[in-house]
Write a protein that binds this ligand. Structure first.
Ligand SMILES: Cc1cc2nc3c(=O)[nH]c(=O)nc-3n(C[C@H](O)[C@H](O)[C@H](O)COP(=O)(O)OP(=O)(O)OC[C@H]3O[C@@H](n4cnc5c(N)ncnc54)[C@H](O)[C@@H]3O)c2cc1C
Length: 151
């Protein structure tokens, strides 16, 4: 039989949302695999300066900010790979991934959504990062519930 590597957590997209989810799931010991998509670093890499991200009272360059995210993820064991991710979840008529209110759960039970891809309204890095954290918590709870069933 073919050997298939199973991953605990796969994160598609390396913007603020995906990288925050990666930091938290890596810190929980889940060893996430991050798939880069088309633009590693996300939309912020086309912004010359970010002036409103908390904890950076001076202007921070887009690349510098994303570099901090990457370093923190790697520090806790996150791994990066390039790759495209096919659509697996329901979207609204404008193409936004639909998540349950107050959570990051999508129409597919083991796929969670966060950041601008789910957000037709706010679209800011700090919101995306916050939703990345929510995803990490939802993923942790999901994996934990599966582990409990196996025990
Ligand atoms: C010019 C500009 C300036 C901005 N300035 C600010 C600012 O000053 N402050 C601020 O807070 N926000 C700013 N924003 C908004 C901010 O960039 C976004 O809100 C934030 O990047 C959203 O993060 P995200 O992780 O949700 O998505 P994104 O940053 O869009 O990252 C998504 C990632 O997913 C990848 N991807 C896409 N499709 C797939 C797929 N099918 N499979 C796998 N990966 C995929 C992409 O390649 C990308 O790496 C700015 C945006 C722009 C465009």
């Amino acid at each position: 039989m073919e050997n298939i590597d199973m991953e605990n957590v796969i994160i598609a997209g390396l913007g603020p949302a995906g990288l925050t989810a990666a930091i938290y799931t890596a810190r929980s010991g889940r060893n996430p695999l991050e798939l880069g998509g088309f633009v590693s670093g996300g939309q912020l890499i086309v912004s010359p300066k970010v002036e409103n991200y908390p904890d950076f009272p001076e202007q921070v360059s887009d690349m510098e900010l994303m570099d901090w995210f990457w370093k923190q993820t790697e520090q806790f064991g996150g791994r990066f790979k390039t790759a495209a991710f096919k659509e697996l979840v329901e979207t609204d008529k404008n193409g936004f991934v639909q998540v349950e209110a107050g959570s990051t759960r999508t129409s597919t039970q083991d796929v969670f959504g966060c950041g601008d891809v789910c957000d037709p309204v706010y679209k800011q890095a700090v919101v995306a990062a916050g939703q990345g954290y929510m995803t990490a918590m939802d993923v942790e709870q999901y994996i934990y519930s599966k582990e409990e069933v196996r025990c």
